[in-house]
Design a protein around this ligand. Sequence first.
Ligand SMILES: *Cc1c(COP(=O)(O)O)cnc(C)c1O
Ligand SMILES: [Zn+2]
Length: 439
Amino acid sequence: MKAHFQCIKGCETYSLNEVVYQCKKCGSLLEVVHDMNSLKQKSGSEWKKLFQERKTNPDFSDQSGIWNKREWVNPMMDKDYIVTLGEGNNPLTPIPPAAKELGMKNIWIKHCGNTHTGSFKDLGMTVLVSMVNQMIHKEKQKIKAVACASTGDTSAALSAYGRYAGIPTIVFLPRNKISIAQLVQPIANHALVLALDTDFDGCMKIVQAVTKDNSIYLANSMNSLRIEGQKIVGIETAEQLGWKVPDYFVIPGGNLGNVSALGSGLTMMKELGLIDKMPVIILAQAENANPLYLSYQNQFQSFEPVKAKTTLASAIQIGDPVSRDKAIRELKKFNGIVEQASEEELANASAKYDRFGMFTCPHTGVALAVMEKLADQGKIEKNSDVVVVSTAHGLKFADFKVRYHESQLENIVSKYANKPVELEADVEKVSKVLYERLK
Ligand SMILES: *Cc1c(COP(=O)(O)O)cnc(C)c1O
Ligand SMILES: [Zn+2]
């Protein structure tokens, strides 16, 4: 079984252990292409059985939701060099009261942020760091460190997997623009943290320049190995539903790697005979960073980057997404819809689903707001099965939640604010409040 990198325009191919991120001929992104004929030698039901059996093996990598399906992820990977922190196997939580309210058969949240570092970035980073680990320790390639420019979740995931494998990591950040919550993981994971006097794009330029000589490996999202891990989200969802897909997936997008991965995993699963139906994919953008939404308005005939404005959904504050060609290709294949959510809509949707016990991040708020909007408009048909992909753990965004509930978010009416009741320590006064609240 083999897989290789291929230019998405089709001009060249490269080996997966080559240090290459973009086509050397045309500069386009690469994608991992699998040998589908050899994968087809197992039937759909044989694959299902193998995945099921591995889950109960007393082997940490067999139990990873990603490496459990390793032939589909990276068949070039030697099991001894896998770097896993137990990613995947994310809960698919049904929310019956929400389904009832919107007239849907089922609504689930796929909690991809319930991972070691608190976001879905772990699902892809395990694949990238494992491959680098094999390149360094098995193939003796001269790679000194792995680097990324990131203001958040990517640097947390890279630094964690790198530290676990004993591979040095370097994180480039814009100086004085990063919150403590975002800084704490790279620092604690002993990454070399370089805070530069520039913005995110400036950091990106520097990281691309210093990774040119191949001794520092680039982990940013143009690296298509990460997609191979993220691809498992749709496959695992189907597995959790007894190998059935929902009618709709709703997923938030910034650089658009994750939506591309979702489409690619679903396609693979259908080609290999594990499912027979394809869902609709709905991509949700923040109105403040909505280039794909604008492109969708003209049926993807043109695409103009935008200058992204500040959004509470900080991980998708991206105006010129790296993976836009892949994303458009997948959305066309899946009758895709692109919809946007305003700051107020995303904040209130996030808080609304917190009231169902979901504790959502603002990016998941974008997806939930979009789902509610499309359900209202009938673009998500009544009585459907809907899966919303949650991308990060709510705890990474405690500040957003506190400010929401204190009604401190600018230009936002906090519809579901839940302020603490401040009281004297007096039994009578406390009892009075309890009586009022519990009647
Ligand atoms: C990275 C990230 C996204 C966006 O994913 P893309 O692949 O860039 O579209 C959304 N939410 C969170 C929490 C993220 O970390
Ligand atoms: Zn090319």
